[in-house]
Design a protein around this ligand. Sequence first.
Ligand SMILES: NC(=O)c1ccc[n+]([C@@H]2O[C@H](COP(=O)([O-])OP(=O)(O)OC[C@H]3O[C@@H](n4cnc5c(N)ncnc54)[C@H](OP(=O)(O)O)[C@@H]3O)[C@@H](O)[C@H]2O)c1
Length: 320
Amino acid sequence: MRYVKLGSTGLDVSRICVGCMSFGRSDRGSHEWTLDEEASRPLIRQALEAGINFFDTANVYSDGTSEEIVGRALAEYARREEIVLATKVYGAMHEGPNAHGLSRKAIMTEIDSSLRRLGTDYVDLYQIHRFDPDTPVEETMEALHDVVRAGKARYIGASSMYAWQFSKAQYTARLNGWTRFVSMQNHYNLLYREEEREMLPLCEDQGVAVLPWSPLARGRLAREWDTTTERSRTDQFGSTLYQEGDRDIVEAVGRIATERGVPRAQIALAWLLRRSTAPIVGATGPRHLEDAVAALDIDLTDEETENLERPYTPRAISGH
Ligand SMILES: NC(=O)c1ccc[n+]([C@@H]2O[C@H](COP(=O)([O-])OP(=O)(O)OC[C@H]3O[C@@H](n4cnc5c(N)ncnc54)[C@H](OP(=O)(O)O)[C@@H]3O)[C@@H](O)[C@H]2O)c1
C-alpha cells in the first residue's frame, strides 16, 4: 500500500479509502443493495490486510448500521491508532424538527450518536455531508471547532458543495481562529468532471485533500454500458447522476483495459489516482478491492489519458 499525507496535515492515509456505504442493513435507510454484517466483515478485513487504513462512512448510511458494522469490525481487526476513521453529518436521522442540517444542536447530537455506533471515543475526520444554507455558517464552523476541541474529532472535512460555499466556510473559520476543513469529498470521476472548473483548483491552492466519491461512477466505469447489477437496478440516487452520452467514455475505458489486459476498474481508478489524494472506492466483492489496489501500479500514457478524456462534454451540476 502507498500512503500520502491528507492535504496539508501530518495525517497518513492510504491512497485507497474504503467507502463504507456498501456496508449496512438493506432493510434500513435507502440503499437496498448493501451487504449485511456477515458479508461486510471479510471485505473490511481484506482491506486492512492490503494495508488500507482509511475508512469512510456516514451517520445516514443504512440508518446508522454502516457505522455499527464498521465500528465492530475495526475494533476486532485493526489497531485504532493506525486507522483513519471518517464519518459525516447533515442527513436526517429521525423525523420532525431538528432532524437534519448543520445547526449546533444537530452537530452536537450527531457526533455523540456516531461515536456510540462506531464504538470509539473519537473519529479522525468529521465531515459535513453537504452545505447547509439554512444555518449561519458561523454557527456550523464554531460547532465543528468545538467538536475538535472536545477531542471527539481530530480533523474536519467537507463534502459536495459549490466552491464559493466551501471558500466561505474556510474563511469564516480562519477569521475566527476556528478549525478549518482539511479535505473535500466530492463527486469526481471520468463521467463527471465539473469539479475541474472551480473546486479542484481551490483545493490545490489551499492544500486541501481531494477524496472523490463514486470514483467508478457507481460501477458504470467498471463494466460494459448495458450490463446491470443488483445495485444498478436499485440505486435511486445513482440513477440521477449519469447520462446516455457517457457511453463513449465507458467504451474508451473498455478499449484501454482490453489493450492492457486488465479490468476496466483499474483503468478508471488509475486516471483518478493521479488527480486526487485518495478515491473512496465502493466494494461489494473481494475482486473490487483487489482492482483498487492494483490500480496504484498503473501509469497511463499521455495518449491513453487523452483518449479517456476526449469524449467528455460539460454537463449540469449533479450530486450536490
Ligand atoms: N459524500 C457523498 O455525498 C457520497 C456520495 C456517494 C458515495 N460516497 C462515498 O463514496 C463511497 C464509494 O461510492 P460508490 O460505492 O458509489 O463508488 P464506486 O466505486 O463508484 O462504485 C462502487 C460500485 O462499483 C462496482 N465495482 C467496484 N469495483 C469494481 C470492480 N473492480 N469491477 C467491477 N465492478 C466494480 C460495484 O458495483 P455492483 O455492486 O453493482 O457490482 C460497486 O458497488 C461510498 O461508500 C461512500 O463512502 C459519498
